[in-house]
Design a protein around this ligand. Structure first.
Ligand SMILES: Nc1nc2c(ncn2[C@@H]2O[C@H](COP(=O)(O)OP(=O)(O)OP(=O)(O)O)[C@@H](O)[C@H]2O)c(=O)[nH]1
Ligand SMILES: [Mg+2]
Length: 466
């Protein structure tokens, strides 16, 4: 019965409170008697015991601070699962987008898992001595090194035995931060993601871009050693200063910081650090390697999707602008063009929203088009002036007869509306009237020469094929 249980609970609570009060009282009494005995001790002993107590408090506080200290800033990016990635890639392939690279990345992921080798990537800015380091690290390998930056142009793998005794494959990659080396840098980054662990090589203090690169690797949760090469250039005092500085700058991201002189095959404690880093073995490190590759693939797939959508948006806008040109010429009575074009404009909005996966209601479309008409009413003179200038600039249009000015104006309007909307949808993932309106305003006012030439061609083609 609920009444009984409430009474029972009250009783238990009362007993609990009484017990607690009794305990408190007993503790207080004990403390007082201890204090009394303490005070009755000889003064020397009092000091000794007092000192010991203070020391215990200090040690306890230090332990608490140590336990509660901020840990490594490592909350690795969690990749979407493989199945969802595969289905996105399949959709892209059906749409004729180029997905070869994405597919082969997945194949490489599997190939490496099955090879059960440990993969290590040696990564860092140009000329930091990555290739020289590999020559010292993998007996029998002869990677080319040179004072000229950008010596390593592609990824090369060297096989051997890791300090753990396991088989390993060490990747020499192009250096990052090379002028004009964006593609090579991308290749290097992809290889770094494919590795179980990464050596990040620098040759002195970290620059801002190097620190950012290190953080990027850390975000993927890569087991990571920061290897400072060319230490033969510094005195031991300078080395200590450098280490202290790097400890601070690298924000706890690397698992260890090591000084080496690759050219003199002086690897210091790098082999030991590698042994510790790779101790879990290929199979145990595979999970986070896969996570990093999938996270990288997710980004690349999103880029391909964005590119494909932008191209598709362009095709849609072109198609509707062409129809608007034809619609303008088909107007049989004053105002009928607005009806025809209104339906076309609604179709354009629907097609673009569908492409970007944004759900829109008929009311939202109507609202948007009402606002577009308002923008056009105040901008008509601008649009007509632009169209008039285009007619002069592309005299071929004049030969197409009357009404061309009107038709060209519609081409410009639809092209601007489509572009404004596509850009807004891509960025906001929603139908944002104010944003789309502002973009439309800008596009109507500023139609560059190449855009005008393209629209003049479109108008001419549409009218000739009519
Ligand atoms: N002083 C000194 N120079 C070194 C050391 N290691 C490499 N170097 C020199 O640094 C230069 C660049 O070495 P690489 O091994 O080609 O450097 P990398 O990082 O592979 O360069 P890229 O492939 O161009 O990105 C060469 O002239 C090396 O001789 C070292 O320990 N000490
Ligand atoms: Mg190199």
């Amino acid at each position: 019965m609920p009444g009984m249980s409430r009474r029972l609970r009250t009783l238990i609570a009362a007993i609990g409170i009484a017990a607690f009060a009794w305990l408190l009282f007993a503790a207080l009494e004990r403390a007082l008697s201890l204090a009394q005995r303490f005070m009755s001790l000889p003064e020397g002993l009092r000091w000794v015991i007092g000192g010991l107590l203070a020391l215990m408090v200090v040690l306890g506080a230090a332990a608490a601070v140590w336990l509660l200290r901020p840990r490594k800033p490592r909350a690795p990016i969690i990749a979407p699962d493989r199945a969802s990635l595969e289905s996105r890639i399949a959709v892209l392939r059906e749409s004729d987008a180029n997905v070869e690279e994405l597919r082969s990345e997945l194949d490489e992921l599997d190939r490496r898992r099955l090879s059960s080798s440990i993969y290590l990537a040696v990564f860092g800015e140009i000329s930091t001595g990555k290739s020289t380091l590999i020559a010292a690290l993998v007996p029998g390998s002869t990677p080319a090194s040179d004072v000229r930056g950008g010596t390593t142009r592609e990824v090369t793998h060297y096989e051997g035995n890791a300090p753990t005794g396991e088989h390993w494959t060490v990747a020499d990659v192009p250096g990052s931060a090379e002028a004009e080396g964006n593609d090579r840098e991308r290749v290097a980054r992809e290889e770094a993601l494919r590795a179980h662990a990464v050596l990040y090589v620098c040759a002195g203090d970290l620059t801002r871009t190097q620190a950012a690169e290190l953080r990027w690797l850390g975000d993927f949760g890569k087991p990571l050693l920061l290897v400072v090469n060319k230490v033969d250039q510094w005195t031991s005092g300078e080395r200590e200063q450098l280490i202290a500085r790097l400890r601070e700058r690298s924000e706890g991201i690397p698992d260890a910081i090591l000084l080496v002189s690759a050219r003199h095959a002086d690897l210091g404690s790098l082999p030991d650090a590698l042994r510790r880093l790779l101790a879990p073995g290929a199979a145990a490190l595979e999970g986070q390697r896969e996570n990093a590759v999938l996270a990288g693939l997710h980004e690349r797939t999103s880029e391909t999707e964005a590119l494909w959508r932008a191209a598709e948006a362009e095709r849609i806008v072109h198609r509707y602008a062409r129809r608007a040109v034809v619609g303008a010429m088909a107007a049989v009575a004053p105002g009928t063009d607005l009806v025809i074009q209104g339906a076309l404009a609604a179709g354009l909005v629907r097609a673009l929203a569908g492409l970007y996966g944004v759900r829109v209601t008929e009311v939202e479309i109507e609202d948007l088009l009402r606002q577009v008409r308002l923008t056009l009413r105040t901008g008509t003179t601008v649009v007509l002036a632009v169209a008039g200038n285009a007619m002069k600039a592309f005299p071929g249009l004049g030969t197409l007869g009357g009404g061309v000015l009107h038709a060209f104006a519609y081409a410009l309007i639809f092209d601007s509306l489509g572009r404004a909307l596509a850009a807004s949808l891509a960025e906001r993932h929603a139908l944002d009237q104010a944003d789309a309106g502002a973009r439309l305003h800008d596009l109507l006012a500023d139609a560059g020469t190449s855009r005008l030439r393209r629209l003049a061609e479109l108008t001419g083609d549409a009218l000739r094929d009519r």
